[in-house]
Design a protein around this ligand. Structure first.
Ligand SMILES: [Zn+2]
Length: 317
């Protein structure tokens, strides 16, 4: 059933883009032929190529000099300042996106030491939930929170953040619950977790604002909320780098992504875990790791009386 759906989506998209067929992939490049466009689209599952939009230069024409002397001179020294944004084009979709399967991160690429600057079109953003942030991206006591939690109520529709195609719909009992991953035409991927129901299926083409699912409380979740992640080639990005969650808008038209956006991973790498084995107590883990029991408790949000389940990971740095 899914295969048939995928095939239909692909075919429809290919015909659509073949008829349009005037996309340009690189700045100053001649437009690709229909055949080349089709080949590229086929590789990336019918995703619309990145638009080659240029930004208008910002031109300041105001006279800022309001001193008496210049007023006397009728402000004759107006010099328009042209602050031209050095912007050529949005980055092309990376080759690694030829991989299309149901893994959360099938790319296995670290961007911590990335040399490139990647330009991503975020102008088409639509808020997945218009409610408030309940928990932010970043370090929790014993683990890193790779996304941002947004309030949803039972029955709220979770909306797609950008145009794209659904790549994954799965259930993860201990983590994301019912979750969906959408690959977007701008190169980002988004994850929507803890939903109660899917409203879009693998291979579906979605516009920004289209329904992804229903807000829920599934998986590792206490209370109704949406866990929302933004990723590039499987690497989570702090959603606050891109989106203003108070105004529910993108912070800019273009997101300039560099290695700096993945700096937080260096901190994650410093975290060490002890996996609880049969007979382990906090005292024993403390002895083995050289970390005090009270430090272990505070790092893991537990007390001296917490029962340590075998296999549980206890953070000790
Ligand atoms: Zn979350």
């Amino acid at each position: 059933m899914h295969n048939l759906r995928l095939y239909i989506t692909k075919t429809v998209l290919l015909i659509f883009f073949a008829l349009g067929g005037t996309f340009v992939f690189e700045a100053d490049a001649t437009p690709l032929t229909d055949k080349q466009v089709n080949k590229r689209l086929k590789k990336c599952m019918g995703i619309k190529p990145v638009n080659n939009t240029y930004f208008q230069p910002i031109v300041y024409t105001d006279c800022f000099d309001t001193s008496i002397e210049s007023t006397y001179n009728h402000c004759t020294t107006i010099v328009p300042i042209e602050d031209e944004i050095k912007f050529t084009a949005f980055s092309e979709l990376p080759e690694e996106y030829d991989i299309w399967n149901s893994s959360i991160n099938p790319y296995n690429i670290s961007l911590v030491d990335m040399k490139d600057t990647i330009m991503i079109d975020i102008s088409g953003y639509y808020p997945p939930s218009q409610k408030y942030v309940t928990s932010n991206f970043g370090f929790r006591k014993w683990r890193h929170h790779n996304g941002i939690d947004l309030k949803v109520h039972r029955g709220d529709t979770v909306k797609c953040a950008f145009d794209g195609v659904v790549r994954v719909t799965r259930y993860d009992r201990r983590g994301y619950g019912y979750f969906t991953i959408v690959r977007h035409s701008n190169g980002l991927e988004t994850i929507y977790g803890h939903m109660s129901r899917f409203l879009a299926h693998v291979g579906d083409t979605l516009k920004a604002g289209d329904a992804v699912g229903m807000g829920g409380n599934t998986g590792r979740s206490t209370g109704y909320h949406l866990h929302f992640e933004l990723r590039y080639l499987g690497n989570p990005i702090n959603p606050n780098d891109i989106i203003d969650f108070e105004r529910h808008t993108a912070k800019n038209r273009v997101f300039v992504m560099t290695a700096g956006n993945f700096e937080y991973k260096k901190e994650i790498d410093k975290i060490r875990y002890w996996t609880v084995r049969s007979g382990d107590t906090l005292g024993r883990i403390s002895q083995r790791t050289g970390v005090s029991i009270s430090k272990l408790c505070s790092l893991n949000g537990i007390t001296r009386k917490t029962i340590l389940r075998i296999g549980r990971r206890i953070r000790y740095t």
